[in-house]
Ligand binder design. Structure first.
Ligand code: SAH
Ligand code: SF4
Ligand code: F3S
Length: 433
């Protein structure tokens, strides 16, 4: 009988892809079957996130649960961003953990798997040309890394300290990986990186020097690939050329994440984001001018040190002007290795909570209006997941989640769907052609 793996993934899409790489690397050594029961697993992995304090405390409570329910002899591995920045401390605090493998060190999995208390967390480790084994949770849409690390130093963010400097993956490796995914049934690719539109600034090997716009053009030549998405682009690097390519290339889905963080130019400066409120609004206006049907999502932090009521009003003003289709919003969380954690004037928790509620409530009202206006519209939907109750789900070109009545024969197909019911989180519809 093959061994069983229980793997829990916290954090962002890059971590989700890292978990797929972990599974692929394990399977190259010996086959593992995935299990959702801790007690059945021979290997338990928690792929961690460090971006806010909450997911870090979750790590240690989860280790307690693993200790309680794991079977004798089962190993526990901690991977991901918290592994990177806490390293050995994790084993000191929780000696039951067998190995610690940092983000950006996934290709070293075979070095740690059989070595008790092994720790591999080299932030400078360069696996940008490493060819990972093939494993995908969903064969219809393929996540593909285009860069590792981050070359920015936003003052609130721990990511540069967990994923290291930015290195772009050579375009021929990216194209090969996408071609393999397409051959295995993927019509859609999601390009991943902390700053995807900074692609091409730093390579560690020789080869073709493309920027992000060039990479998008090259990828869109791949036969059989019909949809390209990417996350996250940085507002600072959204030049007109890139937005023109976004608008005019029919394979690029008209969905874009433009992380705002704050609407106040003063706070953006203190965050070291490199753009102003006006620049952000100007870029969103450009997206809407060039692609009127594009949907825009964003990330916002409230309660950054020194954020006044006026600063928060600027954030609300951007929300009103852009009317985001999706909002990921967070209370500022002071993180180790970051400048902002040492800033004076930290905002009291009650004020930050109040602002978060105001922001989220206003966004919900806007979203209700946006979603109701979808009634009767026709979208081209790519079906990628079977659901219970005779339903199948998929995404429209502009990234909206759809549910329709249907079965296997729609999986992996793109169809025109007319919206028959709307809600805040998803649309229902019927296939019309
Ligand atoms: N590279 C991406 C973001 C990666 S982190 C970008 O630049 O947009 C994902 C999101 O977590 C960020 O956009 C930010 O909104 C949030 N985040 C990062 N650090 C945080 C902190 N210290 N407190 C609260 N939210 C944070
Ligand atoms: Fe963090 Fe800023 Fe890099 Fe995004 S761009 S990962 S927020 S440092
Ligand atoms: Fe992602 Fe969390 Fe790391 S958001 S980059 S897994 S800190």
């Amino acid at each position: 009988m093959s061994k069983r793996l229980y793997i829990e993934t916290l954090g962002c899409a890059m971590n989700v892809r890292d978990s797929e790489h972990i599974i692929a690397e394990l399977n190259q050594k010996e086959p593992y079957e995935l299990t959702s029961k801790i007690g059945d697993a021979d290997l338990i992995i928690i792929n961690t996130c460090s971006v806010r304090e909450k997911p870090v405390s979750k790590l240690f409570s989860e280790i307690g649960i693993f200790r309680k329910y794991k079977k004798d002899g089962a190993k526990i591995g901690v991977t991901g961003c918290t592994a990177s920045h806490l390293g050995e401390e994790i084993i000191k605090k929780a000696p039951i953990v067998d190995f610690v493998l940092g983000a950006r060190n996934v290709s070293k999995l075979s070095k740690v798997i059989d070595k008790r208390h092994a720790v591999e967390v080299d932030l400078n480790y360069d696996d940008s040309s490493y060819s990972f084994g093939e494993y995908r949770t969903n064969p219809y849409k393929a996540m593909v890394n285009i860069s590792v690390g981050c070359d920015k130093s936003c003052t609130y963010c721990i990511v540069p300290a967990t994923r290291g400097d930015e290195v772009s993956i050579p375009s021929n490796i990216i194209v090969q990986e996408i071609k393999r995914a397409v051959a295995n049934g993927a019509k859609e690719v999601i390009l991943l990186g902390q700053n995807v539109n900074n692609y091409g600034k730093h390579f560690s090997s020789s080869g073709e020097r493309l920027n992000f716009t060039g990479l998008l053009r090259k990828i869109s030549l791949i036969d059989g690939l019909e949809r390209i998405r990417f996350t996250s682009p940085h507002p600072l690097h959204m030049d007109n050329k890139f937005l023109e390519e976004f608008a005019s290339n029919p394979k690029i889905c008209k969905q874009i994440h433009i992380p705002l963080q704050s609407g106040s130019t003063k706070i953006l400066r203190e965050m070291k984001r490199g753009y102003s409120k006006e620049w952000f609004l100007n870029r969103c206006a450009k997206v809407k001018e060039l692609s009127p049907d594009a949907s825009i999502s964003t990330d916002i932090i409230v309660g950054f040190p020194n954020e006044s009521e006026d600063d928060f009003a600027d954030t609300l003003d951007v929300l009103e002007q852009v009317r985001f289709d999706q909002l990921f919003s967070f209370k500022y969380s002071p993180r180790p290795h970051t400048k902002a954690s040492t800033y004076p004037n930290q905002v009291p928790n009650e004020i930050a909570s109040k602002r978060l509620t105001i922001l989220q409530n206003r966004h919900k009202e806007i979203l209700d209006e946006i979603m109701s206006s979808q009634m009767g519209r026709v979208h081209s939907v790519y079906f990628d997941e079977l659901k219970s109750g005779g339903k199948i789900s998929g995404r429209s070109d502009d990234g909206r989640l759809f549910f329709v009545d249907g079965s296997e024969e729609l999986l992996g197909k793109i169809r025109d769907v007319k919206v028959t019911k709307t809600s805040r989180g998803a649309l229902e519809g019927e296939v019309i052609s």
